[in-house]
Design a protein around this ligand. Structure first.
Ligand code: ASP
Ligand code: MG
Length: 427
C-alpha cells in the first residue's frame, strides 16, 4: 500500500463539475488500495478575485487581514471536495492548514513553512479516510495568526506534507500534462519532459516556469521528495522530478544526459538603470545595500564600462516589477549621498532562460543561443549565466518570438501534439 499526496490546482477544481471529476480520481486512487492525502487550491481565479475585492476596499490592505481573506478560497474548495468524495461512498475529511499542522514564520503574504506536524492527518488516514488539506496556508508558531505561503503556495504545502508523512510520491495535478520544454501556451510544439533533476527544475522555476512554484522544488530537493507533475484532465504519465536516473532499457547503458532541459521565460521583472555613478570603489556596494535595505531582491546586474573622460558609469539591474517602486524610492532618498545623476525605470523587458545540466560539459551553447536570437532579429540587453543556465533580457514584445526561435534552434520541438492546455485562464 502506498501513501500518495495529490495536489489539485485551481483550474482542476474551477467549478462544481470539475470538483466532482477530481473527486472521482481521488476515490479511484483510494479504492486501488492507497492511502491518499489531497492538497487543494482555491477554485479557479478565486484568489485573484479576493485580491481585487480587497483593493476595492482599501489600496493597501493590512497583510494580516489579507491572509485571513485569501485562506477562505482554499476552505471553500476543500470542503466541497470532501463532500464530493463522500458522495462517492469514500470517507473524506477536510482540514485547514492550521488543523493540518502547517507551522510557518510570521511573514504574512509569503510565510515560510518551519515545521509540519500532521498528527490529525495521520489519524484521518489511519481511520481509512481521505484527508483533504487546504493548500497555501499555515499558522504562526507563537501568535497563532493565519498566514499564506505566497502565490502558488499549494504546491509547497503538498511537498511539505509529503515530506512530513514520508509519502511515496507527491503528485501535482495541473492543467498541462507535465513540465514542458517551454510554456505550451507560447510554444505549441513544446515537448513533455519525462524526467528532470531537482537542480534543473529549480532553475526552470526560478526563471519563470509557472508549472511548479520555486519553494516547492527547494523543499522537494531538501527532503528528496519525488514529485510527479501531471494533468488532472488526462490519464497520461507526466514529468517526474527526481535525481534518481531513469532505468535504461535492458542491455543498454544509460542514455546520454540531454544537453538542454528547456527554455523558460519571465515577464514579471523590471530594469532599473542608475545613470552617472562615480566610478570609484564602494559605489556599487552602497547602491545594492540601499536596495537590499528596502527588502528587494535583485536578479541580474550589468555595469557598463566607465567613460574615461567623465569617470562615470551606469549600473543596471533587474528586480520584480512589484518591487520597482520601493527600490526607486529607496535609491532616490540616497541620491545625494551616492552621487548618481538619475534613475531610469523600464518594465517592458522580458527574460529568456535556457536551462540544462548538460551545458556544463558542452561548449558552444551560448554561441548557439545568441545566434538563434540574432537570426530572429532580437536584440540582447543583458546576459547572466550559472553553470546550468544562460539568461538574456530582451524587449518584452520580442519575448514570445525569442522563446520560439531558441526552442527550435536547440531542436526541442516535438512532432507529436503533446502540448495540450486543458484548462485555466492563464491568470
Ligand atoms: N490559491 C493560491 C493562489 O492562487 C495558492 C495556489 O493556487 O497554489 O496563488
Ligand atoms: Mg491558484
Amino acid at each position: 500500500m502506498a501513501l500518495i499526496v495529490q495536489k489539485y490546482g485551481g483550474s482542476s477544481v474551477a467549478d462544481a463539475t470539475s470538483v466532482k471529476r477530481v473527486a472521482k480520481r481521488i476515490a479511484e486512487t483510494k479504492r486501488a488500495g492507497n492511502d491518499v492525502v489531497v492538497v487543494v487550491s482555491a477554485m479557479g481565479d478565486t484568489t485573484d478575485e479576493l485580491i481585487d475585492l480587497a483593493h476595492q476596499i482599501t489600496p493597501i490592505p493590512p497583510s494580516r487581514e489579507m491572509d485571513i481573506l485569501l485562506t477562505a478560497g482554499e476552505r471553500i474548495s476543500m470542503s466541497l471536495l470532501a463532500m464530493a468524495i463522500a458522495n462517492l461512498g469514500v470517507d473524506a475529511q477536510s482540514f485547514t492548514g492550521q488543523q493540518a499542522g502547517v507551522i510557518t514564520d510570521e511573514t504574512h503574504g509569503k510565510a515560510r513553512i518551519i515545521d509540519v506536524s500532521p498528527s490529525r492527518i495521520r489519524a484521518a488516514i489511519d481511520s481509512g479516510a481521505v484527508a483533504i488539506v487546504a493548500g497555501f496556508q499555515g499558522v504562526t508558531q507563537h501568535t497563532n495568526d493565519v498566514t499564506t505561503l505566497g502565490r502558488g503556495g499549494s504546491d509547497t504545502t503538498a511537498v511539505a506534507l509529503a515530506a512530513a508523512l514520508k509519502a511515496d510520491v507527491c503528485e501535482i495535478y495541473t492543467d498541462v500534462d507535465g513540465v514542458f520544454t517551454a510554456d505550451p501556451r507560447i510554444v505549441p510544439t513544446a515537448r513533455k519532459i519525462d524526467r528532470i533533476s531537482y537542480d534543473e527544475m529549480l532553475e526552470m522555476a526560478a526563471s519563470g516556469a509557472k508549472v511548479l512554484v520555486l519553494r516547492c522544488v527547494e523543499y522537494a530537493r531538501r527532503y528528496d521528495v519525488p514529485v510527479h507533475v501531471r494533468s488532472s484532465f488526462s490519464g497520461h504519465t507526466g514529468t517526474l522530478v527526481t535525481d534518481v536516473p531513469a532505468p535504461g532499457p535492458e542491455g543498454e547503458g544509460h542514455m546520454e544526459e540531454a544537453i538542454i532541459a528547456g527554455v523558460a521565460h519571465d515577464r514579471s521583472e523590471a530594469k532599473i538603470t542608475v545613470v552617472g555613478v562615480p566610478d570609484v570603489p564602494g559605489k556599487a556596494a552602497r547602491i545594492f545595500e540601499v536596495v537590499a535595505g528596502s527588502g528587494v531582491s535583485i536578479d541580474m546586474i550589468v555595469q557598463n564600462v566607465s567613460v574615461a573622460k567623465t569617470g562615470l558609469t551606469d549600473i543596471s539591474f533587474t528586480l520584480p516589477q512589484d518591487d520597482g517602486a520601493g527600490a526607486l524610492t529607496a535609491l532616490t532618498e540616497r541620491q545625494a549621498e551616492i552621487g548618481f545623476a538619475s534613475l531610469q525605470y523600464d518594465d517592458a523587458i522580458g527574460k529568456l532562460s535556457l536551462i540544462g545540466a548538460g551545458m556544463k560539459s558542452h561548449p558552444g551553447v551560448s554561441a548557439q543561443l545568441f545566434k538563434a536570437l540574432a537570426g530572429a532579429g532580437i536584440n540582447i540587453e543583458m546576459i547572466t549565466t550559472s553553470d546550468i543556465r544562460i539568461s538574456v533580457v530582451t524587449r518584452a514584445e520580442n519575448l514570445d518570438d525569442a522563446v520560439r526561435a531558441v526552442h527550435t534552434a536547440f531542436e526541442l520541438d516535438s512532432s507529436e501534439d503533446q502540448a495540450v492546455v486543458y484548462g485555466g485562464t492563464g491568470r
